[in-house]
Design a binder for this molecule. Sequence first.
Ligand SMILES: [Zn+2]
Length: 339
Amino acid sequence: MIIDCHGHYTTAPAPHNDWREAQKAAFKTGEVPPLYPTLSDDEIRETLEKNQLRLLRERGADMTIFSPRASAMAHHVGDEAVSTAWARHNNNLIKRCVDLYPDVFIGVGMLPQSPGVPIENSIAELERCVNELGFVGCNLNPDPSGGHFSAPPLIDRSWYPFYEKMVELDVPAMVHVSGSCNPVFHATGAYYISADTTAFMQFIQGDLFGDFPELRFIIPHGGGAVPYHWGRYRGLADMLKQPPLDGHVMKNVWFDTCVYHQPGIDLLFEVIDLDNILFGSEMVGAVRGIDPETGHYFDDTKRYIDALDLTPAQRHQIYEGNARRVYPRLDAQLKERGL
Ligand SMILES: [Zn+2]
């Protein structure tokens, strides 16, 4: 079985996105946003059949851990009430995708984060996602300000109440920023990769996993710049008198394979232990074009992994085994289905 740990509903029906625009406009003028539109199953099916389902079939993956469009979370827009309503509608929409294609999609939720608002306020939506919607994880935004990094680092105790709930519910979080409102950062080219790299360095600086040995994070986009600079991070851990990374960070952190060329995947697998890599494509997502050098889609990451010299057991680990360990609720749901 091939499980893609990183897919977003980037192709949601237009009325969903129109409602968001109306919500933002209403916030600006102080009016009440319109009612959320009724979306038919057919509308949802159409957006998935043409895109994610078609590409999954063409590329040969079985399941996607599916979450709302990350760049549209835009936690910096509006206020807490705006984020709460938007998160609920997005998560409900993901649940509908899962219900329509239960063999293909499994849900991961976005959180109603908002700049300056305590993370405790996101706990209720996490509980709803897990307990009511059957989701298996969440996307945690380390920078709800949208590019100004005004939130405390992820190792700060202000995040701890949320981590306690993650551990209690036994769900991991993907560290995932959203759109950038800072022109310095291109969202998917600079901001995403910076935030991934920054989160990893924060984990080195603290002792978060000493406090939460069960806490699990996925750092997407191949771990940002981390694998390429692995020597720097090992050296910094040493200089900062922190323990070696294998015990200090890498029992709790996984990188996905959203790296869009073969040499990058080669390096990821050479540097990072197989236990810490999850198959992912972020499809349909950040980079949608075809690589003129190969003639294949940049984000067809399965192709790069298939080209590696891995044993069948190692392949199984990357495509399925690691995901079932990191997402125990996914594992439980698959086992219930006899998988
Ligand atoms: Zn993503």
